[in-house]
Design a protein around this ligand. Structure first.
Ligand code: FES
Length: 133
């Protein structure tokens, strides 16, 4: 049996996760996928769950909290996820369109089996190309 690396050390996938995609065509290649319902596991982060389910959230640094391209809005389930660390808060401030519920998807880890809803902003896909170096 083959397992993806991201399946290691995670429990069974029992946490309902809903992704609301403002620009489904660029994130999934399918304009009709405005909402994607899937399951995640306690211990997984939101970026992992998105990628496993065909949602190509930008992740320029590979998920190590060194960019802000994986920025999303945690619409429902704040209490079911970890608190953001200072590093994440510093990074997320660099993202365009920051809101009170802004998170970096690679740093947002499920800690509890409550439903979670994530909104992926439309500009996510191209954000990396707009950040000057
Ligand atoms: S992928 Fe770079 S901070 Fe999340």
């Amino acid at each position: 049996m083959h397992m993806k690396a991201s399946d290691h050390d995670h429990g069974p996938k029992t946490v309902p996760v809903t992704f609301i995609l403002e620009d489904p065509e660029s994130l999934t290649g399918d304009a009709s996928k405005g909402t994607v319902e899937c399951l995640g596991a306690v211990g997984e982060n939101i970026l992992e769950i998105a990628l496993e389910n065909g949602i190509n959230i930008e992740h320029a640094c590979g998920g190590v909290c060194a960019c802000s391209t994986c920025h999303v809005y945690l619409e429902v389930g704040e209490d079911a996820c970890n608190e953001p660390e200072d590093d994440e808060l510093d990074r997320v401030e660099e993202a365009p369109g920051i809101q009170i519920n802004s998170r970096l998807s690679c740093q947002t880890v499920i800690e509890d089996e409550s439903p979670i809803t994530i909104k992926v902003p439309a500009w996510n896909r191209n954000a990396v190309k707009e950040v000057p170096h």
